[in-house]
Design a protein around this ligand. Structure first.
Ligand code: INI
Length: 156
């Protein structure tokens, strides 16, 4: 099994509502991630979803934090492509760190659908290309973890 071969069971997202937050930077790629995420939510019969946009991946955590009260899960989509400066590391690292912080601090499913690649070609391959669509995977992850939240509360 390759590193990017997550497989999905059919998931039931009925009764669950999601926010999708999309970074506009590298927008040709993030638009494809958004298509994948919408496909996953629709196929899984999500009760609804809303789409929000931010400038870049660095802004995803604050947007996610502001949406925590209104949704069962948040799907953060972005694409950070390595350049010639350390900027990549700051943007990608803080995006990942901030999104995980929101998940843990607010006890909500937050999926990290942010591609971090060396090239545009590698990103395209993961946004509806040869390596699947990581937006679809992120949405399925959000559904599974939102369901986990419901199950864990019922177990109390
Ligand atoms: N934002 C991205 O989403 N992807 C990138 O590749 C990127 N690069 O390469 O710079 C990027 N930068 C912008 C960043 O997310 C912020 O919007 C900006 O720093 C302002 O806070």
């Amino acid at each position: 099994m390759s590193a990017d071969s997550l497989t999905w069971q059919d998931l039931d997202a009925s009764g669950l509502r999601f926010a999708i937050v999309v970074a506009r930077f590298n927008g040709d790629i993030t638009a494809k991630l958004l298509e994948g995420a919408k496909d996953a939510l629709t196929r899984s019969h999500a009760a609804g979803f809303d789409v929000f946009y931010v400038p870049g991946a660095f802004e995803l955590p604050l947007a996610a934090k502001r949406l925590t009260q209104h949704y069962d899960g948040i799907i953060a989509l972005g694409c950070v492509i390595r350049g010639e400066t350390p900027h990549f590391d700051y943007v990608a690292g803080e995006s990942a760190r901030g999104l995980q912080q929101v998940a843990l601090d607010y006890d909500i499913a937050v999926a990290f659908g942010v591609l971090t690649t060396d090239t545009h070609e590698q990103a395209a391959a993961r946004a509806g290309g040869a390596h699947g669509n990581k937006g679809f995977d992120a949405a399925m992850t959000a559904i599974e973890m939102a369901r986990f939240g419901v199950a864990s509360k019922a177990a109390r």
